[in-house]
Design a protein around this ligand. Structure first.
Ligand code: TRP
Length: 449
């Protein structure tokens, strides 16, 4: 039997919408609802949004298309997908290192992602019960207790692990079909709430009126990094999901759909959060604490805040769960397709490793706050730095270089099917030149800048 079919053991998405829901679920996460608004807030609003959109178009979509091509061709985990694509293009098997780096990045990201998602779960209950408290003090109480952070981290990791152990069809596929519509409804509710709050016009102007006086080279770096993280690129999440995509589904148009939905959610999150921030006279540029401190202040003060607050944090938790499962999947797929462990045990093993690393992140909020794992960065910041600024950009750059320069043209054509030659030419140009160069710039600046 051909290695391709021997390894293929995961099953596939049922129906055309499942890939779109799963990939959008992966993409839409803390990065959109927690990260994007605060980054737009600290980088001058509309100008950041515009640069972010450019990055999605010029780097994100071309790389997403490339990841899906590689994944769907083999139907395997990113390590084997890269190995087989390289073998069939008669080039070196070293390309599988991209898959390995992705799995490591996935574990590192999952370790801190789960701690932050745990805080979101915790806030569902806090927001329901926090009449008359001070939000800064509340955030201090939440994060100063290692036991509290670890409890919620453990709960979130258990949920993630149980979804992935149930498999592609019965686990991830089924869960995203329920979570994504819920996410859509809750988000629309929050945007309507924003429209009614009285701060909507100000929020709209803040997000869409570009003020270029705030733009510097860091704005570009931050927007590019955010585009990568938000589209789940560079570590194999989308490659792994692409492996389960039905052959007749169109890769290019599907990528545009996923990227558009991801961008729409990020902008809607801004339109849900900033009107409240402005209506309550709070600062839009308060940074990572924007939703846990500033927004929570507004929830505490507003009418029905004890209902609207929990709805917002449920939304955030749902978005986080549909992303965390995609961080776990590539490693689990690899271990189980190699026959090393069952899917369930593979999910337990990788979750345990990520859970254990997550302890470092939980402690970096309190007893380890002065401990630097890498120079000038505490545990959480170090994980974030190694994964987001080194492994993801490198992974994305190599994926673009592989598909643009090394992968057999016929293999690519087979996956893309009948595609408009102009669109194909444009994609090829971006994948060969623009995306690798742009990523090289972020990478260079992150290390030496
Ligand atoms: N995209 C998700 C978010 O915005 C996080 C995520 C899931 C991710 N899978 C990924 C980020 C793979 C980078 C790589 O929150």
């Amino acid at each position: 039997m051909d290695t391709l079919s021997k390894l293929k053991s995961h099953g596939s998405w049922v129906g055309r919408w499942t890939f779109i829901l799963a990939a959008t679920g992966s993409a839409v996460g803390l990065g959109n609802i927690w990260g994007f608004p605060y980054k737009a807030g600290t980088n001058g609003g509309g100008a950041f949004v515009l640069i972010y959109l450019l990055c999605i178009l010029a780097i994100g979509i071309p790389i997403m298309i490339s990841e899906i091509i590689i994944g769907r061709r083999s139907g395997n985990s990113p390590i084997n997908a890269m190995r087989l694509a390289a073998r069939d293009s008669n080039t070196t098997s070293m390309w599988q290192l991209v898959g390995w780096s992705g799995i490591i990045a996935g574990i590192l990201i999952l370790s801190f992602y789960s701690v932050i998602a745990g805080i979101c779960l915790n806030y569902i209950f806090l927001a329901a019960a926090s009449g008359g408290v001070d939000s800064a003090e509340q955030f201090g109480n939440v994060t100063s207790s290692p036991i509290n952070l670890l409890t919620w981290h453990t709960i979130f990791m258990l949920i993630t692990c149980s979804v992935v152990s149930a498999g592609i069809h019965a686990g991830i596929g089924r869960v995203v079909k329920v979570l994504m519509p819920m996410l859509g409804i809750l988000l629309i509710f929050m945007v309507i709430n924003g429209i009614l709050s009285g701060g909507f016009m100000q929020a709209f102007a803040f997000l869409f009126a570009p003020d270029f006086s705030e733009v510097d080279s860091n704005t570009f770096l931050s927007a590019m990094g955010q585009a990568f993280f938000s589209l789940s690129l560079g570590m194999g999440s989308i490659m792994a999901y692409g492996a389960y995509m039905p052959k007749e589904q169109k890769i290019i148009s599907t990528s545009f759909t996923v990227a558009s939905l991801d961008t729409l959610v990020a902008i809607f999150a801004g339109l849900a959060i900033f009107p409240i921030i402005f209506a309550f006279g709070l600062e839009p540029n308060s940074g990572p604490g924007l939703v846990f401190e500033s927004l929570q202040t507004a929830f505490i003060e507003m009418d029905y805040g004890q209902i609207i607050g929990p709805i917002f944090f449920i939304l955030l938790s749902i978005a986080a769960l549909s992303s965390s499962i995609s961080l776990l999947e590539p490693g689990v797929a690899f271990i189980s397709e190699e026959g090393l462990l069952s899917r369930k045990n593979a999910a337990i093993l990788i979750s345990l490793v990520a859970w254990f690393l997550g302890i470092g992140t939980a402690l970096s909020f309190n007893i380890w706050s002065d401990f630097n794992l890498t120079p000038g960065r505490n545990f959480l910041d170090s994980m974030d730095f190694i994964a987001n600024q080194i492994l993801l950009p490198l992974g994305g750059m190599f994926i673009a270089i592989f598909v643009g320069w090394f992968m057999d043209k016929n293999l690519i054509k087979e996956e893309l099917g009948n595609v408009n030659p102009v669109l194909f030419g444009l994609w090829k140009f971006f994948v060969r030149f623009i995306a690798p160069l742009a990523v090289a710039v972020i990478f260079y600046n992150a290390i030496f800048g």
